[in-house]
Design a protein around this ligand. Structure first.
Ligand code: MLT
Ligand code: ZN
Length: 463
């Protein structure tokens, strides 16, 4: 907990409106979308400059208290949870777009800028920021970088890491580093920028970023296909990829669709029932591309890999089809899902899905399971819904027991127990399923180098 003397020191750094300690703010800023942990921070700091962030970190080192860096708090692994009397440092008032360079096609912004704002800014300059996901309206650029956010376009454009040309960070030691200066090429040794990307606020606080913008895709067209079995999904992917560069290949199960229709009133894509659905997106910028998509669809239909399908004919229709995938997370959140975020290499997805299905059939017989994910890049979101009559604690305990089996399978295929949601608190104790003891030792050494007093997000990622 912060003593009155430290609180007044913080107040002096931040000014009258820059520090909040009222119960409602502590509750709001102390948690993320995980909702499994009770928030209990001591205070919330709202710095407006990098110098203020640096001053906060210096005081934390002197007075020995811990800091939780905080973005849009849309994370799903407890990475932004403050449950131990920490000071939350929210970047939300560092929300300015600082510089746009037409020739470099890059934008430099403060860490608290909302993802959708960068997307909008890019569009206004006839460019495109390709990182996208359902929480783009609330998540912040700094948080995206700290978690190396993925989302729905990774298959074509990569993760957040691919867009970051430069960073400004304040390390846990309180030093300001400017990393990579917006360069495309820079072969001068260790690229520290990449250490901070995905470090979940454990090495430093990201204060500014320079992002690469790209040519906007033309006439994005969406197909939703009904697929009869897991085995067919990846064959459909291969058939379409033979002739098209897909910008998305997502899937979801009929139970996911059931809740979208029942709870959100969304329309089914077509009447033919199907156990699984694939959502594909491609740039329909020439007659040849549409023809290739229709031919691939026809081939899949004839081979029994697809049962039915629909293709968007306008941007409004494309958006409506996307809602079938993007609304799933929010729709099922009221049923207290236990969320898995697993990945394997694309070539292993078919075998992985079958094997996970077997575990689910044995161990989750009495539970409802919702499947979806970005399987075009090997990422499966397996969500187990809590039975209404079961206590939350009992439910999570059961799921944690099944984890051992699911994670052991993932490990046996060289996969990851957290593809894109991060490790945070939720996956921390399972890190060894995806990282070797030697790797974890190096990770601890890196943490000690940048944050020797362990003041930044302690307990997250590493125990
Ligand atoms: C998604 O793909 O919808 C997001 O990662 C959120 C989730 O997994 O629920
Ligand atoms: Zn996802």
């Amino acid at each position: 907990m912060l003593n009155p003397e430290t609180l007044s020191q913080l107040q002096n750094i931040l000014g009258a409106q820059g520090l909040l300690t009222d119960p409602a703010s502590l509750e709001t800023y102390g948690c993320d979308w995980t909702k499994t942990y009770e928030p209990a921070p001591s205070a919330i700091a709202f710095p407006k400059t990098t110098a203020q962030v640096q001053a906060l970190i210096q005081v934390a080192n002197q007075a020995q208290f811990n800091i939780v860096p905080s973005g849009g708090r849309t994370g799903l692994s407890g990475g932004a949870v403050a449950a131990q009397g920490e000071l939350v440092v929210s970047l939300e008032r560092m929300n300015k777009i600082l510089e746009f360079n037409t020739q470099d096609r890059s934008v430099t912004c403060e860490a608290g800028v909302i993802t959708a704002q960068i997307q909008q800014f890019a569009a206004e300059h006839d460019l495109f920021y390709p990182v996208d996901f359902a929480s783009a309206g609330s998540s912040q650029i700094g948080g995206n970088i700290a978690t190396n956010a993925g989302g729905i376009k990774v298959i074509r454009y990569g993760l957040t890491r691919q867009q970051v040309l430069g960073l400004e960070v304040v390390t846990g030691k309180g030093e300001i580093l400017k990393l990579n200066n917006g360069l495309v090429k820079n072969a001068t040794g260790y690229d520290l920028r990449h250490l901070f990307i995905g470090s979940e606020g454990t090495l430093g606080i990201i204060t500014q970023a320079t992002l690469q913008l790209i040519r906007p895709p033309q006439n994005l067209t969406v197909l939703v296909l009904g697929v009869p079995e897991f085995g067919a999904l990846m064959q459909v992917l291969m058939r379409f990829q033979a002739d098209l560069d897909l910008s998305a290949f997502e899937f979801f199960s009929d139970r996911a669709l059931h809740y979208l229709v029942q709870d959100k009133g969304l329309a089914k894509p077509f009447d033919t029932p199907a156990p699984y659905y694939a959502l594909l997106e491609f740039e329909n910028d020439s007659a040849g591309r549409e023809q290739a998509a229709l031919q691939a669809f026809q081939d899949c239909l004839e081979q029994g890999r697809v049962l039915d399908g629909v293709m968007s004919r306008s941007q409004t229709q494309a958006k409506a089809l996307w809602r079938l995938r993007e609304m799933i997370s929010e729709t099922i959140s009221v049923y207290t899902p236990y969320k898995n975020d697993l990945s394997v290499r694309v070539s292993q997805v078919a075998a992985f899905l079958q094997a996970v299905d077997q575990i689910v059939a044995e161990r989750y017989r009495a539970f409802e399971v919702i499947w979806y994910g970005h399987i075009g890049d090997g990422n499966l979101h397996l969500n187990i819904l809590k039975p209404a009559t079961m206590e939350k604690a009992e439910f999570f305990e059961h799921c944690a027991a099944v984890n051992e089996q699911v994670f052991a399978l993932t490990q046996s295929l060289g996969g990851s127990i957290s593809a894109e949601h991060g490790v945070g608190l939720l996956k921390r104790d399972y890190l060894s399923y995806s990282r070797s003891p030697e790797e974890i030792t190096y990770m601890r050494a890196i943490k000690a180098l940048f944050d020797p007093n362990q003041i930044l997000n302690p307990g997250k990622l590493l125990s």
